[in-house]
Design a protein around this ligand. Sequence first.
Ligand SMILES: [Zn+2]
Length: 447
Amino acid sequence: MSNDGISTLQSVLQRHGATRALHLHLVDRLAEAPALLRRHYPGQRYTVVVDALTAGLAGDQIALAVGAGMVTVAPRRDGSVVAGRVEAEQVTRQLREQNTQVAIAVGAGTLNDLTKFASQQLGIPACVVATATSMNGYTSACAALLDGGVKVSVPCAAPRLVIAPVDLLCQAPARMIAAGFGDLRSRPVSGADWYLGHRLLGTPYAAEALHLVDAAAHLASASVAHLVERTPAAIAQLAAALLLSGMAMDIAGTSAPSSGGEHLISHCLDMFHYAHGGPQDLHGCQVGVATLAAAHLYERLLATDVLSLTSQLTSQPTPPPEESWDDLAQRLAPHFGSLWATVQPVAREVHGDADHRRARLEVLRRDWPTTRRSLRDILGHDPVSTRDLLLAGAPVRFVDLGLSPGDTRAALLHARFVRARYTILDLAADLGMLETWVDELLATGGL
Ligand SMILES: [Zn+2]
């Protein structure tokens, strides 16, 4: 891209990064990475963390240029490289054995998560050289690790130095680029969910984080027309958008600004994949499709006469849904199977009690005109449009992710039990409408 374009994006990143003591470098060429590493961490013992693929792409070159040691994460039996507890402990041990002072992930989500986790354990800074614009976790302050078949989010320091070389990012597989766009496509619904939680449960809502998420969404939309061609300008915009979006989670102290019900659906698919061999796609591809589903549910909510529905519900001694915890647990246990032991305490918390449900419905009824207006503003006029995802080459239907209609229905109904975070899925359930709306959506929504 033009030097002007990249330096404008770079100055935006630098300005935002400085507020978090993060050094973010969007650069034209991978060849610029070694000098940046040496500039920020002069005279240190570096180790690069790679897998077989990223070693060939960039890891070997960087290790040679800065005189770094190397840790290569081995694939599992099925050939996939996983950010699991076992791998995380292996990486930690190897970094320790090499007396590493600065760990450098060369890769995308998996290698970045492993390196962040291991660096946190060792009390050393983590850096990352990004190889794909596939997700927004580069700058986030947590690592998603697979632990006992379940993805857990482990808090740890964000990488202090992120280098995004546009020439390398342009070579990433098309599906990974589409996934990065899909991850950012969650903005309307994750923003609406975050707002809902704030409105109905009083959870914190940070304007500064929202501002960054908006800046990220704006850059992502600007990039979409040329992502499939992988023009350096479009890839640079997407990379900058992903870095800003990850930082927003860091600033908010929660992933909520960029992660609502659509992410719960994606997590649920991941859990079923690891535990029961269910279908799985790249995180951002799942998030993009799930975003459309959540956006459809929001449209149903906004078209509903919420005032009379909530009046009816709150006038009853126990507002529906009246299912007891025992009945619900009996229904959910066979569905989650071996995952149930892990999910059960979260599901119990999500189910809550009738008093809290009534309180939420009363707040909803009292403030509905304002809430409705704000939700419409956050969602935009057409959040269910598939146009931008299709332009980015991303999937738009659950069947594109390999899910049957039955799998899809189960994921939409049960995803809310895998993490206690209030989203449109919970609100639809509070209103006693989740099943009806999901069934309508599956019958008519083309998902
Ligand atoms: Zn995500």
